[in-house]
Design a protein. Structure first.
Length: 91
């Protein structure tokens, strides 16, 4: 799915079309400059907060806290690093 917008100077309208490949699957929608600016502002704010939400979620594969280097290899664990990965929730 691809959303495309273009400006039509003859009608002074922004025209949006949604396509799959080369086929329009919805009728085109037009907006005035004022409507387009409101739409663009709402979309930008929504995209900003979605990005911030994605950044705040720690990836499942990387530890939340940094690894600790002990400088001396532990014989029981055969490593000189300790990795702490918190799990669960806090109430």
């Amino acid at each position: 799915m691809l959303n495309r917008s273009r400006y039509d100077p003859e009608t002074n309208q922004y025209i949006f079309s949604e396509t799959i490949g080369r086929m329009n699957y919805r009728p085109p929608v037009s907006m005035s400059l004022k409507e387009y600016l409101e739409y663009d502002t709402k979309t930008s704010i929504s995209d900003f907060w979605l990005q911030k939400a994605r950044e705040s979620v720690a990836p499942k594969t990387s530890p939340l806290l940094a690894n600790f280097q002990l400088g001396k290899r532990l014989t029981r664990f055969r490593t000189d690093a300790i990795s702490i990965v918190p799990q669960g929730s806090a109430d």
